[in-house]
Design a protein around this ligand. Structure first.
Ligand code: NAD
Length: 429
């Protein structure tokens, strides 16, 4: 079950709390600067969720700091742990610091607890469903975390994550998010220019993640329904939150970043499944279109789909009174015809950049907590819920939603699936 703070919240309180959080960073950085870590101290890293991204993130953690060792791993499946360990041990750049012995490989639903106990720093690469529970346990135990995106699949999960961020600030911990574009220098420069007024006042935005289908691992008759769903987690609401949450969040996060993380007032969305109608695709949609509206009438038109054999596009356009910007291409054109393109020199691997910043903050004893991971996740959930219900929904309604998608029982066996949402019939809860 997710743990969260009681009571309801409004958009205004949400913004006030965000500002208070930022102010407290400075205060805690001073108060706790004595906790800075000696660079020669070995930091013990544990990986929870040993799939593609978790393995990549563990590698980046080891490359970010020479005195880091990978000492423990957890996954629901032993074969996933062994596969990831084999890949990491086979990488000459890091192999010597991959020191996970057999007693530190934890399979099953509770392995995360053992990893948290064994390590100073956690790399979290599971799908988003279990993330709020694991993050709270790690923060309660005082551990720094790299946390993949998105951070939850429902509003109770987002509220739990917001509370975990608050606790992390109090404890002077570092929580860095896998919303990696925020750590790409080219995007930082482009968005800073937009925020500094390069294209005038923002009038409208368009963000698109139109792509093909993703993987499906089939069904082994030996698997229980729960195992089948976790192996194919992309297609089940309780563990992925649908593809608008799992994939399009990168686009929505760029929009939130441009808007300085001030959430929209409301959203009207539509969606459905046009291609992925086979039951093997669980209970998620394959396309969404959303209109997010801010209080000052700025609108963002958002589209995402996972369709085979169709045109693809991943782009974000920002239109202002004095020009337009294409964030993905790091390009700005003003109404006088002048063009700007990012021309920074040197490496700009956003995945490595975020781990370099993560370990630098730990070593310095700086509290860095990327609270925006909660807001951007809630934006995706708002778009999804508006499409599922067919209703225009406000930010406050979404923030206070009581729909908890966590399975009643987290164990191997049956796991009944929620029905496919039907707009106009699926209620807002
Ligand atoms: N930042 C990025 O650009 C980026 C890129 C890819 C994936 N991701 C994110 O990373 C996460 C993982 O994606 P992936 O592509 O690595 O998927 P994956 O299927 O390759 O790996 C997920 C792993 O988590 C394990 N897992 C599931 N539930 C678990 C639980 N309760 N406890 C422990 N382990 C559990 C699975 O068995 C699997 O091994 C997702 O949230 C995804 O959105 C981010």
């Amino acid at each position: 079950m997710k743990s969260e703070s009681p009571g309801t919240s409004t958009r205004r309180e949400f913004m006030r709390n965000a500002a208070a959080g930022a102010a407290s960073v400075a205060a805690f950085s001073i108060l706790h600067s004595a906790q800075a870590q000696d660079a020669s101290k070995v930091l013990r890293v544990g990986l929870i969720g040993c799939g593609g991204r978790g393995t990549g993130a563990a590698r980046e953690a080891l490359l970010a700091d020479p005195n880091v060792q990978l000492v423990a791993m957890a996954d629901t499946f032993a074969d996933q742990i062994d596969g990831a360990l084999g890949r990491l041990r086979g990488d000459d750049k890091i192999a010597a610091r991959v020191v996970v012995d057999d007693t530190h490989k934890f399979a099953g639903f509770d392995g995360y607890k053992n990893v948290i106990e064994s390590c100073d720093v956690i790399v979290h690469g599971t799908p988003p469903g279990p993330r709020p529970l694991h993050v709270r346990a790690a923060v309660d135990a005082g551990k720094h975390m790299f946390i993949e995106k998105p951070v939850a699949v429902d509003a109770p999960g987002v509220r739990s994550m917001m509370e975990s961020c608050r606790i992390a600030r109090e404890k002077n911990l570092v929580l860095v998010s896998g919303l990696c574009y925020r750590y790409q220098f080219a995007k930082r420069e482009t968005i800073k220019r937009i925020q500094d007024g390069a294209i005038g006042d923002i009038v409208a935005m368009q963000t698109t993640y139109n792509t093909g289908g993703l993987w499906h691992k089939g069904h082994d008759p030996k698997w229980s329904e729960m195992e089948y769903q976790i192996r194919n987690w992309l297609y089940f609401d309780w563990i992925s939150g649908d593809h608008i949450n799992e994939q399009h969040i990168h686009s929505l996060d760029k929009i939130m970043w441009v808007m300085k993380d001030v959430p929209p007032a409301k959203c009207t969305a539509s969606g459905g499944r046009a291609q992925r109608t086979d039951p093997k695709y669980g209970n998620i949609y394959d396309h969404f279109n959303c209109v997010f509206e801010w209080a000052n009438d700025v609108r963002c038109f958002s589209s995402c789909r996972q369709w085979e054999s169709t045109s693809t596009d991943v782009s974000d356009w920002i239109f202002g009174t004095n020009g337009k910007a294409n964030i993905q291409e790091h390009y700005i054109r003003t109404n006088d015809g002048k063009e700007w393109r990012y021309e920074g020199a040197g490496e700009d691997n956003m995945y490595q950049n975020e781990h370099n910043a993560f370990f630098a903050a730990i070593r310095k004893g700086e509290s860095v907590v990327n609270e925006y991971m909660c807001t951007s996740t809630l934006l995706a959930i708002l778009g999804r819920t508006s499409a599922y219900t067919g209703k225009t929904l406000t930010w406050d309604q979404m923030l206070n939603s009581q729909l908890d998608l966590t399975p009643k029982v987290m164990e191997w066996g049956d796991n009944p699936m929620n029905p496919l949402p039907v707009p106009g019939q699926t209620p807002f809860v």
